[in-house]
Ligand binder design. Structure first.
Ligand SMILES: [Mg+2]
Length: 230
């Protein structure tokens, strides 16, 4: 049982409430297939990853930034060989990514049902505003949540600003999520508490060492949350 003065429980969305990362990995794989004449899958994906890192600061997260990154990578890889066939191939990959099937993760509904009414529940996600709000609506989970926060970057500053806006102290934040870099480390750094639920696939951009803290709890599944919080 976690002891604390939590007014809100914040949930990460992608790969905590619903499936996400597999769709991005599949898009990456299709990109490498499309350009397979130009290099190995590994080399092509490495270039795409570099372009993605360059494009996140100016353009943010989400599938539109992924499209810009694929175009940048393809232009670099193919040079003058870049043509409308490749452009439309990339556009198709991104369209399929943006409209992929929607899957809630196992145990999410029951867990939110059990916790709602006992805590104020909110979603704290990052990414493209339109994409994240659309997925939130589509999830049907909005009945459990007070509101959704779409943060630009999930940095310490972003969490502090969120706390100020909601008129809570940073130590009143309890964050639940799969990404150490976004959901755990910044929350711990500002004095909050975090529950880590690892997901089977982690985006390279999100990989970091787990910080040392007695305010971090790790569980295997979201289904273990009520046991920790009720
Ligand atoms: Mg996540």
């Amino acid at each position: 049982m976690i002891k604390g003065n939590f007014r809100y429980i914040f949930f990460d969305a992608d790969d905590t409430l619903w499936q996400n990362e597999e769709y991005f990995r599949e898009a990456e794989y299709r990109f490498a297939e499309l350009l397979s004449a130009y290099g190995s899958k590994e080399d092509l994906i490495n270039i795409l990853t570099e372009k993605q890192e360059d494009n996140i600061p100016p353009f943010g997260y989400g599938s539109k930034t992924f499209m810009i990154s694929m175009l940048d990578a393809a232009a670099e890889i193919c040079g003058n060989g870049f043509d409308t066939r490749l452009y439309h191939g990339i556009k198709k990959i991104i369209t399929d990514l943006a409209y992929h099937e929607f899957n809630l993760l196992d145990g999410v509904q029951e867990t939110l049902e059990a916790l709602s009414g006992k805590y104020i529940l909110a979603v704290a996600t990052k990414g493209d505003l339109v994409e994240q709000r659309t997925k939130y609506k589509e999830s049907g989970l909005d009945r459990f949540f007070h509101h959704i926060e779409v943060l630009p970057n999930k940095s310490e500053e972003d969490y502090l600003e969120m706390a100020r806006k909601l008129e809570i102290r940073p130590d009143e934040i309890l964050m639940v999520g799969n990404a150490i870099k976004s959901d755990i480390a910044p929350v711990i750094a500002i004095g909050g508490t975090a529950i880590h639920i690892p997901y089977e696939v982690t985006w390279v951009h999100e990989i970091m060492e787990m910080p040392e803290s007695d305010r971090i709890f790790e569980i295997k599944s979201i289904k273990d949350l009520p046991g920790l919080l009720l």
